[in-house]
Design a binder for this molecule. Structure first.
Ligand code: NAD
Length: 366
């Protein structure tokens, strides 16, 4: 189905409010999940609704929390996310980093124990909108999925990295990527009969490179939701030893340095740690050439002769902007199982059908 963003947002806001989020937080969680779906990162968007509602129900993530300061100086903030909703504590941490970098020129923010932060590029976009460069390294305590290079056992999560650089034209460079070769959501889709992942995206327990999702989820069990904790194999990083090194860096920076706990197996809470660095170009730009140099260099990169003229050469961030524009205009495509899981989440928090129908008024997009 195709659905417009606004009625979907009305429904999700009501769902998160009924799940226990204060109204402003319900709106914020909805905003960021919808934005992830609009930008084409479906695995980090509204598909997460049911999981978030269940995490709130089970006490794994706590609505209504705010960051608590552990240490505060001119250029450093250490913050405890207190297992609050990532869409609250993540933007709060970014706002602190942005304010400090504007004042001091540079800021480092360590965020511990954050509920799932979703799309990490959101924080690079927040900083870029304020004219700041930023770098973000993230790990995921409790979500052990990915093998290190040369290994056939899990040691990392999908540990994302984001880097943002502002541009004059308001279309910033936003590199935002998992260090796993493919997102776990894509392995799930393949497991359910959808598009296969590439061979080498997964490794079996005996070290064979494969694309068989059962190495992640274990043998098929009818009626049981696929759980990546059941498989004996692992996902693999992108870029062989290089991606593996970057994934390890995420745990060293976000797990060890930020103090959020390294990625390891847990039967309970899953939380993100994030180490973010914010830089004010105004302080570095002694020659007043930064904005021009960024503009000219990006233009030159994009002018490379394209292999596929229809696709052109893009910079990180372009694809998300184009997808969001298209989905805002045409509606958001939602597979049936995602839609049903959203309706199921609504029923879990007690929204009845007439209420859902009234929230969805005008939802049809096509
Ligand atoms: P992806 O592979 O879709 O994109 C990675 C980067 O490549 C993006 O910056 C994108 O703009 C760029 N890109 C894509 N196509 C391009 C092209 N043709 N030319 C140039 N650049 C291009 O992203 P992903 O690795 O699947 O990550 C998905 C999302 O999952 C990210 O938002 C990430 O932050 C998020 N994530 C979050 C967690 C968490 O624990 N919170 C964990 C893992 C991933």
């Amino acid at each position: 189905m195709l659905i417009r963003a606004e009625p979907l947002e009305r429904l999700l806001t009501a769902v998160f409010e009924a799940a226990g989020c204060p109204p402003d937080e319900a709106r914020r969680v909805t905003h960021y999940l919808t934005l992830a779906t609009l930008t084409g990162h479906d695995s980090h968007g509204v598909i997460r609704t049911q999981r978030y509602v269940e995490w709130i129900r089970d006490g794994w993530v706590l609505p209504g929390q705010h960051v608590v300061s552990v240490l505060d100086s001119d250029a450093i903030a250490i913050l405890d996310g207190c297992h609050g909703m990532g869409q609250t504590v993540g933007p709060e941490a970014a706002a602190i980093g942005i304010a400090k970098a504007k004042a001091a020129g540079v800021a480092v923010v360590a965020l511990r124990n954050a509920g799932h932060l979703g799309r990490i590029g959101d924080f690079a976009e927040m900083a870029a909108a304020e004219g700041l460069v930023s770098l973000h390294f993230v790990n995921v305590f409790g979500s052990l999925l990915v093998a290190p290079y040369g290994g056939a056992e899990r040691r990392f999560s999908t540990n994302p990295v984001a880097i943002g650089v502002p541009t004059e034209d308001g279309a910033p460079f936003i590199l935002d990527m998992a260090t796993a070769l493919v997102a776990e959501g894509k392995v799930l889709v393949a497991h359910q009969g959808g598009k296969p992942v590439p061979v080498g995206a997964l490794v079996s327990a005996d070290g064979e490179l494969t694309n068989d999702p059962r190495v992640l989820y274990g043998p098929d069990t009818p009626g049981q939701y696929p759980d990546p904790r059941r498989g004996s194999g692992a996902m693999r990083t992108f870029g062989e030893h290089k991606g593996s090194g970057l994934a390890l860096a995420c745990d060293l920076l976000a797990g060890c340095l930020a103090g959020s706990g390294i990625t390891r197996r847990s039967e309970g809470r899953v939380h993100n740690g994030m180490l973010s660095i914010y830089l004010s170009p105004a302080r570095f730009d002694t020659e007043h050439s930064f904005a021009r140099d960024v503009r000219d260099y990006i233009a030159w990169v994009k002018s490379a002769r394209p292999i596929d003229p229809a696709a052109g050469v893009l910079i990180p961030g372009d694809k998300e902007r184009a997808t969001a524009a298209q989905r805002r205009a045409d509606g958001i495509p939602l597979p049936d199982d995602v839609w049903h899981s959203i309706l199921y989440a609504a029923s879990l928090v007690g929204l009845d059908r007439p209420r859902i129908d009234s929230l969805l008024e005008g939802a049809a997009s096509a």
